[in-house]
Design a binder for this molecule. Structure first.
Ligand SMILES: Cc1cc2nc3c(=O)[nH]c(=O)nc-3n(C[C@H](O)[C@H](O)[C@H](O)COP(=O)(O)OP(=O)(O)OC[C@H]3O[C@@H](n4cnc5c(N)ncnc54)[C@H](O)[C@@H]3O)c2cc1C
Length: 420
């Protein structure tokens, strides 16, 4: 048993935990970054350029830069949304997360491979944490360490949250599953035998987002290029839905059924921030553990990093002022910045992903210039959303009007969808 006391132990070296550990170590605090190494996070890997700017991530870390998105409706209408003001970055989570963890270590955080097991007693100043060292699956003797603060950045199934934060077990999520396949080197290696081949002009610079109740009854499916590989996946909160069968169907429909499968994997994506992120004295949650993924899009990497930074600020403040109550500020600060956008996106998800009729309409409206502008400005730069979260509501109202047949001239699509 070890009696070392850290200022902070961060459990989980994903985007949220790595940023929190790096920021705290840069301030001269003693930080341990504990991560259960050995498993690559299942993820589509799409990130906005604002993430690169906010967190000093060079473009070389990206596997690909995508310059358009193709939205595909239940009846196979396709609307292309070119990105005129930037690009969507694609990261490989195996490389990206390791790069972030190494950067945290360079800033002074002590990296430890190991699995968080449980929390022990508090002596008022610090709390005990027990973990098993080594890579995931290793059988080693548990080790005890102490820290004044513990950040649970251990993902949607957060064991830290369940051990310390009331309500953490109630995290609402969709389950997402994807298959990583080898990108066809030549168009001829795509299977042309099916009649619904929207990836036939397989474009390494385009994301395909598919809205179809057969492939996902309440979320969406995707085909995201990652340079030499492609992520083909889908998500749903519907228990018992055949998620693997849906991805098999999507691969067949997109001509990727004969591409070599490299990995198959799944994980929950939280859909609503938890009501409470902390235990009031030693423990605070960040990233997926706190539930901060944008509804409707499932965008979690940028928000996890932003949340990790905000949580680190609150913990640093708690240490500087010797006031544990400061850790409560993390949730307030995050929600003040992003809460309205999450709320609006949650309503949009419930409305547009409700039936194939609405999905059809949703894809059609993606041809609208206002919708494209709002989508790309808010996704790529996160600027519009900060300045004017109600812009989403205005477009939403306009589009509902459209759906109900009371749309004005301005609600008309600017380009016609293509029948595939
Ligand atoms: C299939 C899928 C596709 C997605 N696609 C996208 C996308 O394209 N773009 C996007 O922005 N978001 C996407 N997301 C969401 C995104 O992956 C998450 O929101 C993001 O990874 C959250 O980061 P995090 O650091 O909070 O948690 P995670 O990335 O889950 O990291 C948690 C870390 O904790 C570690 N850990 C867990 N338990 C323990 C333990 N007991 N002890 C020690 N360490 C532990 C894990 O090893 C991991 O490193 C997707 C998610 C899924 C499931």
């Amino acid at each position: 048993m070890n009696s070392e006391v850290y200022d902070v132990i961060v459990v989980g070296g994903g985007p949220a935990g790595s940023i929190a550990a790096e920021d705290l170590a840069k301030q001269g605090l003693s930080v341990m970054l504990l991560d259960r190494a050995g498993r690559i996070k299942p993820c589509g890997g799409a990130v906005p350029p604002q993430m690169l700017r906010d967190f000093d991530v060079p473009r070389e870390v990206l596997e690909a830069e995508v310059t358009s998105a193709r939205m595909v409706s239940p009846s196979n209408n396709a609307v292309d949304m070119p990105i005129e003001i930037g690009f969507v970055g694609m990261v490989d989570r195996g490389h990206f997360d390791e790069w972030l963890r190494e950067r945290a270590a360079t800033a002074g955080a002590v990296r430890q491979d190991g699995t968080f097991m449980s929390l022990g007693n508090s002596d008022g100043r610090s709390r005990e944490l027990i973990y098993t060292p080594g890579k995931k699956g290793c059988t080693t003797e548990p080790v005890s360490v102490r820290a004044r603060y513990i950040i649970g950045a251990d993902g949607a199934k957060t064991k830290v949250g369940r051990a310390a934060v009331p309500g953490a077990e109630k995290l609402q999520s969709v389950f997402a599953y994807h298959e990583i396949v080898e990108a066809p080197q030549h168009e001829s290696s795509l299977n042309r035998s099916t009649d619904f081949n929207f990836a036939l002009e397989a474009d390494p610079l385009r994301c395909d987002v598919v809205y179809n109740g057969k492939l996902s009854p309440d979320f969406y499916s995707w085909i995201f290029p990652h340079g030499k590989t492609i992520s083909v996946g889908t998500g749903t909160a519907v228990q018992g839905f055949g998620i693997r069968e849906a991805v098999t169907a999507l691969r067949k429909q997109s001509g990727l059924d004969t591409a070599r499968t490299i990995r198959t994997e799944g994980a929950p994506i939280p859909m609503k921030p938890l009501k409470r992120w902390d235990d009031g004295c030693h423990v605070v949650l960040a990233g997926d553990a706190a539930g901060v993924v944008a509804p409707a899009s499932g965008e979690g990497i940028f928000y996890a990093m932003t949340c990790g930074r905000i949580v680190a600020e609150s913990v640093a403040e708690a240490i500087a002022t010797d006031n544990p109550a400061c850790i409560k500020k993390a949730r307030k600060r995050f929600m003040k910045k992003h809460g309205k956008v999450f709320w609006v996106l949650g309503i949009m998800q419930k409305f547009w992903y409700h039936s194939d009729k609405r999905r059809e309409r949703f894809v059609t409206m993606c041809a609208d210039a206002d919708v494209q502008k709002l989508t790309w400005e808010s996704y790529l730069n996160k600027k519009l959303v900060g300045r004017d979260p109600m812009a989403h509501v205005r477009v939403f109202i306009k589009d509902v009007g459209h759906l109900l047949g009371i749309g004005s001239e301005t609600g008309k699509p600017d380009s016609k969808p293509t029948q595939l």
